[in-house]
Design a protein around this ligand. Structure first.
Ligand code: ZN
Length: 408
């Protein structure tokens, strides 16, 4: 672990094999296909000063692909450098687009599993927004576990039915008996995936009426689009619908529902406990050919896209035009650090008020509110997620600005 050494840019053709076995299926022979050195170990942590942001510890990304189960993992991931705490600000709950999706999902699951008289446990509940929505919709009780939970944020009559625990989930919480276990955008932060799922299976024990609901980023789209900004240090694991289902089946679950939603960005999966491994039976699980193609083509696609963005942003800067990035979360940090863009982009915009006035890990840009653009008047806005184009375009036009708006 070193600090302040800039990365040497992404490398897409890395024909090395990793020594360690696959954390999903335990077989040997992970193929390394993508590497970036010296990227910030954390991107959602709030950086109070530019110096702190620039000096934040860095680590290497070496993505390895398992030809046996299709799992992708950062073989250089070191969990000890992580600082998941109340300083983490990962909430997307400031976006109407995201809120609508999350709320509809909560209503859907409250109804699907009739959670009214039941207990829902959410592992990695973040700031608790979704668990509150779920309990509001169901009328049932909830337990949320997350090291970054902050009690002061939420207001809801459902809160008196919810217990929050500020900690990491682990076997010590086996006593928390729940009917429904949700885990959203958390598994991709966990290195030993099979061990984690086996722990959950152990805590469920003989109860067969428990249902699991998992939601996490979908890697097939990331591979096919060359979305290098979706690959960063906090995400040590990357799943396709098939590789996620294979993990669950190996850990003694049956997968009962599998879909890809939110503009093909998220995997949505339901599972129930079984007495042993189960066999694939859902169409989306059959994705090994597509995964192999995605990994093989990633070098070509991602390097072309990286060049396109570098040329566009450096070209604009050279002409004296102002470029801002919109979205200061992990994608924004990954985009800027992977391309090594520091002075070419002066500011990063975020609607999350907790992130405003803070700084981007790795490249040090100040995070500003959308209102700041009225005086700054950018020529180009690069949005870190195309799903927010309509929302952001409306907001920018309402300020009387007409910059060129593009999305990754
Ligand atoms: Zn594997």
């Amino acid at each position: 672990m070193t600090t302040t050494t800039p990365n040497a840019g992404p490398r897409f053709d890395v024909s090395l094999d990793a020594a360690a076995p696959c954390p999903n299926c335990d077989s040997r022979g992970l193929k390394i296909f993508y590497a970036v050195d010296q990227i910030p170990c954390h991107s959602t942590l709030l950086m109070q000063s530019r110096t702190e942001a620039l000096d934040y510890p860095r680590g290497d990304l070496r993505l390895g692909f398992c030809p046996a189960c299709g799992f992708i993992t950062n073989t250089r991931f070191d969990p000890t450098v992580h600082e998941y705490s109340q300083r983490c600000e990962e909430s997307q709950g400031f976006s109407p687009t995201f809120n609508k999706f999350a709320r509809e999902l909560a209503v859907r699951y409250a109804d699907r599993y009739k959670l009214k008289d039941k207990v829902a446990l959410e592992i990695g509940c973040g700031k608790g927004e979704w668990l509150v929505s779920l309990c509001e919709a169901s009328g049932g009780r909830g337990i949320g576990i997350d090291p970054g939970y902050q009690p002061s944020r939420l207001q809801s009559p459902a809160l008196n039915r919810i217990q929050f625990i500020v900690d990491f989930y682990g076997p010590k919480y086996a006593n928390l008996q729940a009917d429904f276990i949700a885990c959203r955008h958390t598994l991709e932060h966990i290195g030993p995936t099979l061990a984690f799922m086996r722990d959950i299976r152990k805590t469920i024990g003989h109860r067969k009426d428990v249902v699991l609901f998992f939601e996490l980023p979908e890697v097939l789209r990331e591979l096919e689009e060359g979305a290098f900004w979706d690959m960063y240090y906090e995400h040590c694991t990357y799943f396709s619908p098939g590789s996620l289902a294979r993990l669950f089946r190996m850990a003694h679950f049956d997968v009962t529902h599998l879909s890809v939603e939110y503009d093909n960005q998220y995997i949505i999966m339901d599972a129930v406990p079984t007495d042993g491994p189960t066999q694939p039976r859902l169409p989306l699980e059959n994705d090994m050919p597509r995964l192999n193609r995605g990994v093989d083509n990633f070098a070509k696609v991602a390097s072309t896209i990286a060049r396109k963005w570098t040329d566009m942003i450096k070209g604009a800067h050279a002409k004296g035009e102002k470029v801002v990035v919109w979205g200061s979360g992990s994608k924004g940090v990954s985009f800027l650090t992977t391309l090594g863009l520091a002075r070419e982009v002066e500011y990063v915009v975020d609607i999350n008020t907790y992130r405003q006035g803070k700084f981007m890990a790795g490249t040090g840009q100040e995070i500003v509110s959308p209102d700041f653009l009225k005086q700054y008047r950018p020529d180009h806005i690069v949005i870190m997620n195309p799903i927010y184009i309509p929302e952001i375009t409306a907001q920018v036009h309402a300020m009387g600005l007409r910059p060129n708006i593009v999305a990754v």
